[in-house]
Structures are given as C-alpha cells and as structure tokens.
Design a protein around this ligand. Structure first.
Ligand code: UDP
Length: 242
C-alpha cells in the first residue's frame, strides 16, 4: 500500500490517503508542541517511540474488546488506520490529580481520585479546547446523548485495561486524552493515538516529582531528558506481551 497524498498535517502527525479510501496512513513526527502550540520543539525519535507505543496499546485494547481505528504498524513511524470521521471531543480520563484539574479545582498534584474522572473538552484550537458541560456539548451538537454515554463507558473500559497494563510496566497512569471517530456504519472507534504525548505517566518507583515524569510534561516544563523518557516508556510497554 503506497501513500498517495497528504490529507492533513497536525502538530504531531501527518495523515495520508492510500489506494483504499477506507484506509489512511498516519505518520508520527518528532515535532512537539505544548500550551496550544505556543511552545514548539522537536524530540529526536519521538515519532518512532510514539508509533510503537500507540500500536502496541491499540493491539492490547483490541484484544480486550475495544474497537479502534488501528490496522497495522507499517514502518517505524507509520501505521495504517481505518478512515473515520473524528468526533470533535477530547475525552480525558483521570486517576490522579494533575495539570488543569489542579489548576481549576485547587486539588493538590498527586491526589488519588476515589474513582476515575471522565471529562469532555471541545476539540477546537481557536477556542483553546475548553472544558464542556454535558448541556453545552449537546447544545453544540458535538455528539448525541447516547454517544456521550457510549464514550464515557468506552473511556472507563480503556482505563480499566490501561491502568493495570502500565502498572505491570512499573508506570502509574495518571491521566490521558482520547479521541474517537465514527466509521461508515456510525460505529464509535478509538482513534488518534495513546502515547507519552497524550498521557501523564509517572515512574512507579520514583518519588521525586520531577524525576518520576515520563511524558510530555518533561517537554512542557523543560525537565530535560525528554527523548530518553519516551524511549524508556516504549521499552517497558513493548516488553509486556499481549
Ligand atoms: N492532553 C492532550 N492533549 C490536549 C490536552 C490534554 O493529550 O490537547 C492530555 C494531557 O497530556 C494529559 C491529559 O490530557 O495527559 C489531561 O490534560 P490537562 O487537562 O491536565 O491539561 P494540561 O495540563 O496538559 O494542559
């Protein structure tokens, strides 16, 4: 399958069409952005690390009964995926308080949540991806009430698979962002990627708040050793057999 033309270039990935209209090719770039693209940089090897991590996690999730857009990894930086219509929502699942949850609620960094929290953000760069209420989401017709419920159930099921998976890797899954798409039968599939760009991952055996970070917060907060943290996540994730 040869890539034909570039369909879309995002901040961290490029989407190409293929000979089959139902199949797209995702290329993972080394480019990194944060704070709504106000901070830009490049992390050497990130594209390949994220492609390998996301491919392995998609396989893991498929094996656990969660439908995803993933078809196969075709090279170090590329995977074939089903073409879907992306739902303009960022679904965030949190197990431990960090990031915007701390900033907006006053909860201390590291507070263990009694149960996972699912949040919906409007995927809209111009508006800065604002947090939505259910009523606002329905008002904007970003999804139906039934789809919202389905997204919540899928997000929690994904957390139920990923949290113990990362635990076996010696990593605490603090929070993560998911995106979903609709296939031609209007079925919701997990799409986009799951990687250190989209998750907060803390080294289980490290207590120091800066040392333990194995995700994009190393880039956001200029903590250094970003590429080696991503590589470490990849090595640990790939070691865990399906
Ligand atoms: N996240 C993401 N893309 C976004 C916003 C958030 O992948 O555009 C991820 C982020 O890496 C973290 C989780 O979603 O794992 C929750 O992010 P939060 O709302 O705390 O925002 P942040 O502090 O990252 O701005």
């Amino acid at each position: 399958m040869t890539a034909r033309s570039q369909l879309y270039e995002g901040k961290a990935k490029i989407l190409y069409t293929t000979d089959d209209p139902a199949v797209l090719l995702t290329y993972f770039k080394d480019d990194a952005t944060a704070f709504n693209a106000q901070k830009r940089g490049s992390i050497e090897g990130k594209g390949a690390f994220n492609c390998a991590i996301a491919s392995h996690l998609f396989k893991q999730l498929e094996a656990s009964g969660i439908p995803t857009h993933f078809i196969e990894q075709t090279s170090a930086n590329e995977m074939r995926v089903q073409a879907v219509q992306i739902v303009p929502l960022e679904v965030v699942v949190r197990n431990i308080a960090a990031g915007s949850l701390c900033q907006q609620t006053g909860l201390s960094l590291g507070t263990v949540l009694k149960q996972p929290l699912v949040e919906f953000y409007y995927k809209n760069d111009a508006l800065g991806d604002p947090l939505l209420t259910l009523d606002r989401l329905l008002l904007l017709e970003l999804a139906t009430a039934e789809q919202v419920e389905q997204l919540r159930v899928m997000a929690l099921k994904i957390n139920d698979v990923l949290q113990p998976f990362f635990m076996t890797c010696g990593i605490t899954l603090v929070d993560f962002k998911l995106e979903f798409g609709l296939d031609q039968h209007q079925r919701l599939l997990l799409a986009d990627e799951i990687s250190p760009d989209t998750c907060r991952l803390w080294n289980l055996t490290e207590d120091d708040p800066k040392q333990r970070v194995m995700d994009k917060d190393r880039f956001r907060q200029d903590l250094g050793d970003v590429a080696s943290a991503y590589r470490q996540v990849m090595e640990r994730v790939l070691q865990q057999a399906l």
